[in-house]
Design a protein. Sequence first.
Length: 284
Amino acid sequence: MSTAMLVAAATAQHGYGRVESTPQAQLARACLERCGTSGRGLLRLVDHALGRVCVSVLETLALPGLRGHYAWRKRRIAQWADRACADGAAQAVLLGSGYDGLGWRLAQRHPMLRVFELDRTDSVAIKREALRQLQADMSRLRLLGTDLERDDALGTLLADPAFDPDRPTLCVAEGVLMYLSSARAQHLLRGLAQGLPHPILIATAMEPWCGRPRFRRERPWVRGWLQRRGEPFRWGCERGAIGAWLGECGWRLRALAEPGDPDDPDPSPGEWLFLAHCAAAPPR
């Protein structure tokens, strides 16, 4: 079971019981159905009242408020992404997108937008089959297999004939940079800043808490579970250092989502969500 599957299960549960399920929830379900025993087991939990109670208990024992945090994060990312597309972004690049439906949603909402998703080959294969099952229009949605920890993400994009390096591009790195080393994350973002004209970045990074990158309400045993799954949080960044860290990558911090916003607080703080523009030129 991977963190991508847990996020998909949270998305599927968020759409449970609605008269008309959202496309994101439909995609999450279709992906989980193709994730073997673990994925189908998560769906069984989501689909039954007792199972949903068990999920709530497990969340309390592991990381209280995690599903609410995912919803908070995705809601704000969607708002920023829609604004970037309305302001002229002609392409969207989603890094480590997992089974998330943001790319599909953006392609549906913005008819002139091309969307490119980069993730591990096995995840891409599962998502592609799920989209085909849902009869999704994939004419402007490209799924590219790559290893963000080892491969050149920009090179993968440039190798795709549908990608135009001269078009204004929105880059989204949701819940992925913390799994890379700080140096590797900077290398990734620096390549995008240098190789694309006036790009926009929406990304997240973990906050160091009690000496290591983690959520503030995270239970001690979660760290060991992530290690065993091969998905440990490798680095974090203090709030006051995010701007300097981005500056080293060629980006300028423009906005930071406030976890303590009284009108819309983060249910489980510990992950920074920020918006940045390329430092080489001022934003529109």
